[in-house]
Design a protein around this ligand. Structure first.
Ligand code: LMR
Length: 392
């Protein structure tokens, strides 16, 4: 029976990690998978996480099972940072559960939406390739609309048209901030319009908030999420700590449900627990426990927010340097200064992406996405030169 299975290609984005590692050229530049890098090209463990891990090792006295919901101290400690305000749970209307990374949270959001009757999910494209894979695997139909307008801002008209032509029972997947792969976020005014449209059409928002704090700021990056829960009756939120706590391989995420009343939220979440049990039973504990310990300690929380602010400032500085370069070959880099987060899409074709890798040792996704954080003051000139050479 197993001989019916055919060889599948490796995930294109994750395959880049191995290709880059195998390249012996010392001046190679990694702009592939979305990990933050310092100005020295390193992806260190956050100081607050190191401190929390030391405490965890010293204090943790059992590794016994928790449950499908994972570490609820972690889930609740994050909520003030995500939802803000005096009552981040909105009187118990918002609650959540821990998931294996942001991917686990998106997977759970889509699966739960499907269980609730959603058959189609509207989504601006391009998007993170795994969004489409998760929808295909979960068995919901993806209805694509255009995300990026020609001027490098968000194509709100396309989103509005998609929402207005939505069918009863549709959901829409929205990036909370730091759009992956384009870096093109909605402005606060656009979010207000989107919330109006969601209120009008009744389309269920699924927000993927995977990069909070890496765009304009913790509060600014949560504007859309907070506007949604302030004004709409329901929403699903997938959250990742993999980037903003630097915990990538530890897989730290959370899934939040927002409904009309606390009992309904708990009922919906109980479905999330059942889905989790059937998929991964319970999430890995270590990273989430470390995040909880950071968030329970004022000094460690301050250290986290400071480290995050320095990452954000470095990403902004690289963006501004790229934007100040004007154009490289046919690529206009100016809009990158207005965009946010770790990613940008460059209008390169497959041959140019192959050439920049073969001739200049620059590794970027096949879609033309670059990880802004892979650029440093040392390699940015080389990169812009390589871009001009392949696209001129
Ligand atoms: C990315 O888009 O590079 C990251 O979100 C990593 C991943 O899992 O794809």
């Amino acid at each position: 029976m197993l001989d019916t299975l055919t060889q599948q290609p490796p995930d294109a984005l994750l395959a880049l990690i191995k290709l880059y590692d195998a390249d012996p050229r010392p001046a190679k530049i990694d702009l592939g998978v979305g990990v933050y890098r310092t100005a020295d090209g390193a992806t260190p463990v956050f100081a607050c996480i190191k401190a929390a891990e030391a405490k965890l090792v010293a204090e943790q006295d059992t590794k016994a099972y928790l449950g499908p919901e994972g570490d609820m101290g972690f889930v609740h400690a994050l909520m003030p940072h995500i939802f803000g305000g005096d009552d981040p749970s909105q009187g118990g209307r918002i609650d959540g559960m821990q998931t294996p990374g942001g991917t686990g949270a998106v997977r759970l959001a889509v699966a739960l939406a499907k269980k609730a009757g959603v058959r189609r999910v509207l989504m601006g494209t391009p998007s993170w390739p795994n969004h489409a894979q998760i929808m295909a695997d979960t068995g919901v139909e993806l209805v694509a609309f255009n995300h990026a307008a020609a001027d490098g801002s968000a194509d709100l008209d396309a989103l509005a048209a998609a929402l207005k032509s939505a069918q009863r029972g549709d959901a829409v997947l929205l990036h909370g901030c730091c759009h992956n792969p384009t870096g093109i976020d909605y402005t606060p005014a656009q979010w207000d319009t989107i919330v109006d449209l969601l209120a009008e059409t009744g389309v269920l928002p699924i927000i993927d908030l995977a990069y909070q704090g890496l765009g304009a700021g913790m509060d600014e990056d949560a504007y859309g999420t907070r506007a949604v829960v302030a004004r709409l009756p329901q929403a699903l939120i997938a959250y990742s700590c993999d980037k903003n706590f630097g915990l990538y391989r530890d897989r730290v995420g959370a899934f939040y449900v927002f409904t009309r009343d606390p009992a309904q939220t708990q009922a919906a979440l109980s479905n999330g627990h059942a889905l989790a049990r059937a998929n991964w039973s319970m999430p890995p504990d270590h990273g989430a426990a470390a995040v909880r310990m950071v968030l329970e300690d004022a000094a460690l929380t301050a250290s986290w927010l400071e480290e995050l602010a320095s990452m954000r400032a470095r990403i902004r500085q690289v963006r501004d340097t790229l934007a100040a370069s004007g154009t490289a070959g046919h690529v206009n880099l100016v809009p990158l200064g207005q965009q946010q987060g770790m990613f940008a899409m460059l209008p390169l074709n497959k041959d140019q992406i192959a050439a920049i890798r073969a001739d200049h040792a620059v590794y970027m996704a096949g879609s033309g996405r670059i990880n802004i954080a892979g650029l440093t003051t040392d390699n940015i000139g080389t990169f812009v030169g390589a871009l001009a050479a392949v696209s001129g």
